[in-house]
Design a protein around this ligand. Structure first.
Ligand SMILES: Nc1nc2c(ncn2[C@@H]2O[C@H](COP(=O)(O)OP(=O)(O)OP(=O)(O)O)[C@@H](O)[C@H]2O)c(=O)[nH]1
Ligand SMILES: [Mg+2]
Length: 330
């Protein structure tokens, strides 16, 4: 039976996914519980929400009584068109990738466990910026506690592996298992139907690095066979630059967002800094990003772009396309 969740509920759920402390999470869950339609079809969801709220209350209570002595947590407010985490086993080239695409300067070294804390940088792609977070490595025996929290809050992930390493498929599998054990599933596409709301699904592209090394092509064949059905795969050499242009475009496209430019009446459009919103967004949804008041007050807009005549007037529910230019009228 369909639960028919409202857009307000979905919005509250998005906020919940981004929440990073137990208090924030509890506040979001309360909101979701208020918003969930109360009928038979949603009973399981209501029960799940109640369980989660109870667990969080216990956790908050427990933390009050036993404050953690050495808990590290990091917060990376989202910036730009989307936020990626770079995830993988040690020494696969995660930090090198960050130094290639951004101005960040994490240490890059030929031994494992170089990165001990997250590093963040902004990547330019055409006229948008995308946030990349390089994380410490994950192995069967080692995963910083905060790593899964950061991954769960990201828009998407890059799972990296090393084509110079015969064990690459297994170390990558271990990364997936370690994360799955804390209900964080890296997936090529999110499942159409979600049964367990405590699992977080993160859309992930697999990046096979170090294609320049001897034997890399043979290992790539195996990796394509093992992981091709599950993830989109991109092949690069972060060190020497092969495949980096295609990959930066793929990083943008995989976010599933569009760019929309605004213009003032009688003036040329500002083509330097687009707003980005999810594919399928309507005019009113996009206008809400420009100014909150537009959510109520927007009447219509003139629009230049695909599927319309230049300067055509469109209503609040008009679906936008990549690179549309809009002149908003309140
Ligand atoms: N040949 C080759 N070496 C690379 C490539 N990318 C990275 N490396 C080298 O691989 C080693 C590890 O790179 P890092 O970026 O430090 O790896 P990491 O995944 O961040 O490692 P941890 O921080 O330990 O998890 C360094 O010596 C890099 O110079 C590549 O495309 N080809
Ligand atoms: Mg590193």
């Amino acid at each position: 039976m369909a639960t028919n969740l409202t857009p307000q509920y979905m919005e509250a759920e998005e906020e919940y996914k981004k929440a990073q402390t137990p208090d924030e999470k509890l506040a979001c869950l309360k909101k979701m519980f208020q918003l969930v339609p109360k009928h038979k079809a949603s009973e399981k969801l209501q029960a799940d929400l109640k369980t989660k709220m109870a667990d969080l209350r216990d956790e908050i209570e427990h933390e009050k009584k036993h404050p953690k002595k050495v808990g590290i947590s990091y917060k990376f407010p989202k910036q730009g068109a989307g936020q990626y985490v770079i995830v993988g086993a040690p020494n696969v080239g995660k930090s090198r990738l960050l130094t290639r695409f951004t101005r960040a300067t994490p240490e890059v070294a030929a031994y494992p466990f170089t990165t001990r804390e997250p590093h963040v940088g902004m990547m330019d792609w055409q006229d948008v910026k995308i946030q990349l977070i390089d994380l410490p490595p994950i192995t069967a025996d080692f995963m910083e506690a905060y790593v899964s929290t950061i991954i769960r809050a990201a828009d998407a992930a890059i799972l990296m592996l090393d084509l110079g390493d015969d064990d690459a498929p297994f170390t990558a599998e271990t990364v997936l298992e370690r994360l799955a054990a804390v209900k964080t599933m890296l997936v090529g596409e999110k499942p159409a139907q979600i049964d367990d709301y405590s699992i977080e699904y993160i859309r992930t592209m697999l990046v096979a690095n170090k294609i320049d090394l001897p034997g890399a092509q043979d290992r790539l064949d195996i990796i394509r066979e093992m992981f091709g059905p599950k993830f989109p795969i991109h092949v690069i050499s972060a060190e020497h630059g092969a495949g980096m242009g295609e990959m930066s475009e793929a990083i943008y496209k995989f976010l599933n967002v569009i760019r929309v430019y605004t213009k003032q009446p009688g003036k040329p459009a500002d083509m330097t800094s687009p707003f980005t919103c999810p594919i399928g967004s309507t005019l009113v949804e996009m206008a809400g990003l420009v100014h909150r008041d537009f959510t109520e007050q927007l009447k219509n807009a003139r629009i230049w772009g695909s599927g319309v005549h230049d300067g055509q007037s469109v209503g609040r529910e008009h679906v936008l396309h990549d690179k549309d230019v809009v002149e908003l009228h309140g």
